[in-house]
Design a protein around this ligand. Structure first.
Ligand SMILES: Nc1ncnc2c1ncn2[C@@H]1O[C@H](COP(=O)(O)OP(=O)(O)O)[C@@H](O)[C@H]1O
Ligand SMILES: [Mg+2]
Length: 339
C-alpha cells in the first residue's frame, strides 16, 4: 500500500547498465547508475535532485517516468508501481528534458503544442488559451508561427518546457529544465515552476539540476546524489545548517607551489577546493571552526603565498556537497566521463 500523501516513493531503486568493452570482445563491464535509492516525495512538493554530471539524475527520472526499467528495487508514482503498471503512470505524469530536441520540425511551435494537447484530449478552446499563455511565459509568443525546424536549440527547449505544463499533469518530471539557457530565461522558468505549484497545490514536481543555486532557491527539499547514491535529503536550509559548527571561508592567494598539498596537511581543514584562474588561486575552505584559520594563514604565508582577499561566508549547497563528497560539484564533470 502506498502511504497517503506520497507522490513518489522509491525503495532500494537500482539500475545497472552493462556496457560492452570495445577492446575485449564478449566482455562487458557494469555501471551502477543508481545504487539503492530510497526516496519519498510528498504531494505538493517541489523536490530537487542535485548532483554532478553522471550522478544518475536522468536515470532516476527516466525510471520514474517509465522510460527505463529498474534493475532491482521498486518505484511508485501516485501509488502505482512503475514497472507493473507503466501505462497507468504515463497517463498521469509529464516529463520534459532540458537537453532534448524533440518536436516535429515541419510543424510550427503552435501546431506542435496543439497536436500534443489533442493527444491528451484537452478541449480546443482550453488548449488554445493554455498555449497562448505558456508561449508568453517562455518568451516564444512571437515564434508561435515559426516552424520548429527553424528554432535554435534554446527555443526548442522553451517549447518543450511549455509542453510539459500544457497537460497539467499530476506529477511533472523536469530533467535539468534550465540547462544552457541564459540567466534571464532560466529565472523566468523557475518563477513559473514555483507559481504553477502554488496555483496547483495538489501537483508535484521533481526536477533535477546540477546548478546548486537552482536547487537552493527553488526546491522545498533536495536530495544530493553522487555516483548513484543519495548522500543527503532535506530542506536546503536544513542541509546548510548541518555545516553550522564549521566555518566556510573563501580566499584568493597568489603564490607558487602546491597549495593543495599544503592545505591537505593543515590542521583544522575539513575540506577544501583550490581553483587556479590565470594566476591567483581561489580557495574554498571548510574549517573545523573559525580558530583554524590562523594556522592556515600562517602555513600559506610560510609557503610564500600572498593573501589577496579573505571572506567568511554563509554555507551554500555547494559547500554541503563538498563536505559530503570531498570534491566540488562542478568537478564531477570530468570524473563522470572517465567512469
Ligand atoms: N544507456 C546507458 N548505457 C550505459 N551507461 C549509461 C547509460 N545511461 C547512463 N549511463 C551511465 O550511468 C551514469 C548515470 O548517468 P545519468 O543518469 O545520465 O547521470 P546524470 O543525468 O546525473 O548526468 C553515468 O555514468 C552514465 O555514463
Ligand atoms: Mg542527465
Amino acid at each position: 500500500m502506498a502511504l497517503q500523501g506520497f507522490s513518489i516513493e522509491t525503495q532500494d531503486l537500482t539500475r545497472v547498465f552493462r556496457v560492452k568493452r570495445r577492446e575485449a570482445r564478449g566482455q562487458s563491464r557494469e555501471i551502477v547508475a543508481l545504487d539503492r535509492v530510497t526516496l519519498t516525495v510528498r504531494r505538493g512538493e517541489l523536490f530537487g535532485v542535485l548532483g554532478p554530471n553522471g550522478a544518475g539524475k536522468t536515470t532516476l527520472i527516466k525510471i520514474l517516468a517509465t522510460l527505463l526499467s529498474p534493475t532491482s528495487g521498486t518505484a511508485r508514482v501516485l501509488g502505482i508501481d512503475v514497472a507493473q503498471n507503466p501505462w497507468e503512470v504515463r497517463r498521469r505524469i509529464g516529463m520534459v528534458s532540458g537537453g532534448e530536441s524533440s518536436g516535429y520540425g515541419l510543424l510550427t511551435v503552435e501546431e506542435n503544442l496543439w497536436m500534443f494537447a489533442q493527444f491528451y484530449g484537452i478541449p480546443g478552446r482550453e488548449a488554445r488559451r493554455r498555449i497562448r499563455e505558456l508561449l508568453a511565459i517562455v518568451g516564444l509568443a512571437d515564434r508561435a508561427r515559426t516552424k520548429v525546424y527553424h528554432l535554435s536549440s534554446g527555443m526548442r527547449q522553451k517549447m518543450n518546457f511549455a509542453r510539459g505544463f500544457l497537460t497539467e499533469p499530476e506529477v511533472l518530471f523536469l530533467d535539468e529544465p534550465t540547462i544552457g539557457l541564459d540567466v534571464g530565461t532560466a529565472r523566468a522558468l523557475r518563477t513559473y515552476i514555483r507559481e504553477w505549484l502554488d496555483e496547483h497545490p495538489d501537483r508535484t514536481i521533481l526536477l533535477t539540476t546540477h546548478y546548486m543555486h537552482e536547487a537552493d532557491e527553488l526546491c522545498d527539499r533536495v536530495a544530493i546524489i553522487d555516483r548513484g547514491r543519495v548522500l543527503a535529503c532535506d530542506a536546503p536550509a536544513a542541509l546548510k545548517r548541518g555545516l553550522q559548527g564549521e566555518a566556510v571561508f573563501r580566499l584568493t592567494v597568489d603564490g607558487e607551489g602546491d597549495l593543495g598539498a599544503l592545505l591537505a596537511n593543515a590542521h583544522g581543514v575539513v575540506r577544501f577546493t583550490a581553483e587556479a584562474r590565470d594566476g591567483p588561486t581561489e580557495l574554498s575552505l571548510i574549517l573545523a571552526d573559525e580558530g583554524a584559520l590562523v594556522p592556515v594563514l600562517a602555513a600559506l604565508q610560510g609557503a610564500g603565498a600572498r593573501l589577496l582577499s579573505l571572506e567568511k561566508r554563509e554555507p551554500t549547497l555547494e559547500d554541503v556537497f563538498l563536505r559530503l563528497v570531498g570534491r566540488a560539484l562542478s568537478e564531477g564533470e570530468a570524473d563522470a566521463a572517465s567512469r
